[in-house]
Ligand binder design. Structure first.
Ligand SMILES: Nc1ncnc2c1ncn2[C@@H]1O[C@H](COP(=O)(O)OP(=O)(O)OP(=O)(O)O)[C@@H](O)[C@H]1O
Length: 324
């Protein structure tokens, strides 16, 4: 378990992490999500005792990292895969780590097999591809058989097979009762791997909830309706308190009333419908909405995506009823 309370990190005038509190539970995968520069790596470095908090505390399995007598058996981390690149072979790199941490030699072979490094274990790490480096970083994290795993962007640079492997490994480790905390800036990736999500933006926690709640909470339920009597239907719906927008004469986007209600209202008023489609925003859209105000480096296309959503253009309101 990881517990952060009021965790803060300032670099001069820059507040990278701004008084965040959260708990990462064992037995599940927790995704740590946020745009570039949100403070994910800084938080993970503080958990691992590599950065000293300006204020607040963070513990792993009940104690600060540095207070553990045998930290490698408590928590394993992949923080910077490139940091393991040396002139040594992967096998010797792991062997040296094991020797200095009182870990039996047999465990080195075990983690090499777990991470699929058998064929390259005797090769120099310096020549490894990014994917192989990530695998070796994960092997190092697993070496002490730790109860808690911290993986910073573990799928970065991996091919689809590698991505699937990390996903399955994370889920397997959590199913064994371990705490698995992994960061990503891709909601779509985390949604497939994590049970729970903590979203951070500009150093602050924006959301901390099960994946499902984030989708439901952030999602805007819209109904798309195509009808030759759009103006008439929009007036009736607005009178009932719905919000109606449109950017095509016969196409309406409706929020505030579900599809059956729209269908019944149309039928009762003799309005012909050519289409009646509930549109739920994807997890990626929910994430964009959540982080829209906290993206540090926003591109124009990202702004447009946030502003308009994918399925719910809102630029030309026909009429807007009072929100219920
Ligand atoms: N050593 C440092 N000195 C000064 N500023 C720093 C330092 N490390 C991080 N920062 C700043 O703190 C903020 C948070 O950075 P951090 O690397 O934790 O974000 P991140 O969420 O991991 O981003 P990314 O996804 O890009 O890795 C950024 O604005 C970054 O520029």
């Amino acid at each position: 378990m990881i517990e952060a309370r009021g965790l803060t990190k300032r670099y001069g005038p820059k507040t990278a992490v701004d008084g965040i509190s959260f708990t990462v539970q064992p037995g599940q995968v927790t995704g740590f999500l946020g745009p570039n520069g949100a403070g994910k790596s800084t938080t993970m470095r503080m958990i691992m005792g590599l950065d000293r908090p300006t204020a607040g505390t963070v513990t792993v399995n009940g104690q600060p990292y540095a207070a553990h007598r045998s930290p490698l058996t408590e928590v394993g981390a992949l923080l910077d895969a490139k940091a393991v690149h040396t002139g040594r072979s992967a096998y010797n790199h792991l062997l040296a780590m094991a020797a200095t941490h009182n870990i039996p030699k047999t465990r080195v072979q075990e983690v090499i097999e777990m991470t699929g490094l058998q064929s390259v274990a005797k090769k120099r790490v310096g020549g490894f591809s990014l994917g192989m480096g990530q695998r070796l970083g994960i092997a190092s994290a697993l070496l002490g058989d730790p109860k808690t795993l911290i993986l910073d962007e573990p799928v970065n640079g991996l091919d689809p097979e590698g991505v699937l492997w990390v996903r399955n490994l994370a889920r397997y480790l959590a199913s064994e009762g371990r705490t698995v905390f992994l960061s990503s800036h891709l909601m779509s990736e985390v949604a497939l791997t994590a049970d729970h999500i903590i979203v951070i933006g500009k150093g602050r926690i924006i959301a901390n909830a099960p994946v499902k709640d984030i989708v439901d909470g952030g999602a805007q339920h819209t109904v798309r309706v195509r009808t030759p009597q759009a103006t008439q239907l929009a007036e009736l719906l607005t009178r009932d308190g719905a919000t109606v927008t449109s950017d095509e004469p016969s196409l309406l986007q409706i929020t505030g009333v579900e599809a059956p209600g729209i269908g019944e209202l149309a039928a009762a008023s003799g309005i012909v419908l050519h289409e009646l489609t509930p549109v739920t925003s994807t997890l990626e859209e929910a994430y964009m909405l959540l982080t829209a105000d906290s993206v540090e480096y926003q591109t124009e296309s990202a702004t447009q995506h946030v502003g308009h959503g994918v399925d719910a253009p809102a630029d030309a309101p026909i009429s807007e009823g009072a929100q219920r």
